[in-house]
Design a protein around this ligand. Structure first.
Ligand SMILES: C[S@@+](CC[C@H](N)C(=O)[O-])C[C@H]1O[C@@H](n2cnc3c(N)ncnc32)[C@H](O)[C@@H]1O
Length: 213
């Protein structure tokens, strides 16, 4: 029987990984790729906004944006361990009631989730095989903007991901890394009414901000 997105990511992003992520975040702040999303969202100068963070991991984007931009958030993640740690951290920050946590493959539950001002996907499309399905679902929820990070389409990232996926196959682990075509992601979001207004690169990652036209 084939395994679901949640089963695959639960195994990949377990409690040990989640706790280490939280430790890193608390000692060093958000990772550089996440900072690019935070800066892009802050550049929109929104206040009391609503956020949907798809594949939000330990919740860094809403922990940060609730300080100045976001009033309420929905955090959907296929990893139960990440969600548990995100929820505990939100409670410590007194924000638990302002965040709705959903353990699911976002594409399975998207119709139950309302539109928001901002949608974010930080390093999520590269964990999901069907970027059209994921981005179409995400794009439908963004009233103002959508910000995402994804691997740059470089030969060295492609080589690294091919090697990583080969090792995964040998280990009989179904988790894979995907480098999706950036031009096709852009044209899909354009069809949903977005225009790319910012692109920044850092090491292996690229961040793009899309705003509703
Ligand atoms: C590499 S982690 C990134 C976590 C966090 N955004 C960050 O950058 O630190 C990818 C996350 O996306 C989640 N994910 C992947 N596909 C998903 C989907 N279809 N629905 C919900 N979560 C998904 C995984 O469970 C995992 O938490």
């Amino acid at each position: 029987m084939s395994r679901t997105c949640c089963q695959i990511t639960d195994a990949q992003f377990d409690e040990g990984v989640a706790k280490q992520n939280l430790k890193d975040y608390l000692s060093r702040g958000p990772a550089k790729h996440t900072k690019l999303i935070l800066q892009a969202v802050r550049s929109l100068r929104l206040k009391n906004a609503s956020l949907l963070d798809v594949g939000g991991g330990i919740g860094i984007i809403h922990h940060e944006l609730m300080q100045d931009v976001v009033e309420r958030a929905v955090h959907v993640d296929a990893s139960s361990a990440y969600l548990k740690i995100a929820k505990e951290e939100s409670a410590k920050r007194g924000a638990a009631d302002a965040v709705q946590f959903i353990h699911a493959d976002f594409t399975d539950v998207e119709t139950e989730i309302e539109e928001v001002d901002i949608v974010t996907l930080d390093r999520v499309v590269c964990c999901y095989p069907d970027f059209q399905r994921l981005l179409t679902a995400a794009g439908r929820h963004g009233r103002r903007a959508l910000a995402l990070t994804y691997p740059q389409e470089t030969w060295y990232f492609k080589a690294v991901s091919r090697l990583a996926n080969f090792v995964q196959r040998l280990r009989k682990d179904p988790f894979r890394v995907f480098i999706h075509p950036v031009a096709q992601m852009e044209s899909l979001l354009r069809e949903l009414g977005f225009a790319r207004t910012q692109t920044k690169r850092i090491f292996l990652w690229e961040m793009s901000l899309y705003e509703k036209k």
